[in-house]
Structures are given as structure tokens and as C-alpha cells.
Design a protein around this ligand. Structure first.
Ligand code: GDP
Ligand code: MG
Length: 172
């Protein structure tokens, strides 16, 4: 069977400082910076991965978490195949903000959008404030993907995109 290439736009949303840019950079370039510059507006990074027989060409739209970006956000999530909503496991308020993003996308986004909730900074386990069970239970209720990652160590970053890839509809 011939393998087909599927172009998939993915948007990353969440509060400032949770590690959205770091996740995108770890996945696409295998890099990590302790001093990551804040994102202005949005930027796109690409990587192709092979999942089963297919090549998934991810275009990852990394967005700015600032409040003033919120009005622009629909432009990025409306035609995305998947949305990754990131919080920081050491900051409870970022989990609340992540849930707000999920509600917004469920209300206004494409009804087939693949949603993934991501608790980042798993390497900071000692400073954890968001219990894994709370996020797991919430994600199960919503029927969405849930993972904890570390952009710093690279833990579960590829797994996140593989989980998303598995849910992408294949239409040859
Ligand atoms: P963004 O505003 O959501 O794009 O967040 P950034 O990617 O700019 O990251 C904000 C800060 O958190 C930077 O100092 C990163 O180095 C740091 N950071 C990002 N991911 C991780 C992680 O997994 N672990 C740790 N310890 N720090 C991280
Ligand atoms: Mg950023």
C-alpha cells in the first residue's frame, strides 16, 4: 500500500509561560531554552512523522498567551485539525485557564477538532500543584486526550503528537 501524506494544522493554546513555545520547539527541533522569548502573535513550525502507513505533516501554530491575543485565537483554532491546550502543573490558575480554552473551543471550534489537554513541566514534580487525577478525570469526562509532558527533558512530547496523529481521520 502506498503511504499518503496528511497535512494537519495544530494550534497550541494556554496561558503565558506554561511552555507552549518550548513544546513546539522540542517536538520540531529537539531544542529547549531556559530563557525562551515570549511569543508575539503566532508562529508556525513543521515536522513530519510516520504513524502506521501514513506520513503526518504537522504545521504547529504556536500562539501568544497574552490576554490581547484572545480575540485573534479563533482565527487559529477554527480550521485546525487539533488543538493542544497547555497548563503548567505547578500553577493551578493555568489549569483553570486551560479549561476555559477547552470550553471556548467546544463552543466555537470545529466540532471534529481533536482536543489534547497537556500538563507541562513534569520535571518540576516537587512543585506540583495540579493533581494528575483532577486533570485525568476532567479529560475523561470531556473525552479528550490527556498527557503530562516536560519540554525540558522531552518526556512524552513525541507521545503527545502520536496520540493526536492516531485520531486524525485518513481520507485518501
Ligand atoms: P509559553 O509562553 O507558553 O510559550 O512558554 P515558553 O515556552 O516561553 O516557556 C516559559 C518558561 O518556562 C521558559 O523559561 C521555559 O524555559 C520554561 N519551560 C518550558 N517548558 C518547561 C518544562 O517542561 N520544564 C521546565 N522546568 N521549564 C519549562
Ligand atoms: Mg510562547
Amino acid at each position: 500500500m502506498e503511504s499518503i501524506q496528511i497535512d494537519s494544522k495544530v494550534v497550541i493554546l494556554g496561558d503565558s509561560g506554561v511552555g507552549k513555545t518550548s513544546i513546539a520547539l522540542r517536538f520540531t527541533q529537539n531544542e529547549f531554552f531556559v530563557y525562551q522569548l515570549p511569543t508575539i502573535g503566532a508562529q508556525c513550525m513543521d515536522r513530519i512523522i510516520k504513524v502506521g502507513d501514513n506520513m503526518i505533516n504537522f504545521s504547529i501554530w504556536d500562539t501568544a498567551g497574552q490576554e490581547r491575543f484572545r480575540s485573534l485565537a479563533p482565527m487559529y483554532y477554527r480550521n485546525a485539525v487539533a488543538a493542544i491546550i497547555v497548563y503548567d502543573i505547578t500553577q493551578m490558575n493555568t489549569f483553570e485557564i486551560a479549561k476555559n480554552w477547552i470550553n471556548e473551543i467546544l463552543e466555537n471550534g470545529n466540532p471534529n477538532v481533536i482536543l489534547a489537554l497537556v500538563g507541562n513541566k513534569l520535571d518540576l514534580e516537587q512543585q506540583r500543584n495540579v493533581k494528575i487525577k483532577i486533570a485525568e478525570d476532567y479529560s475523561r469526562e470531556q473525552g479528550i486526550i490527556f498527557l503530562e509532558t516536560s519540554a525540558k527533558t522531552g518526556d512524552h512530547i513525541d507521545d503527545l503528537f502520536i496520540e493526536i496523529a492516531k485520531k486524525i481521520p485518513i481520507t485518501p
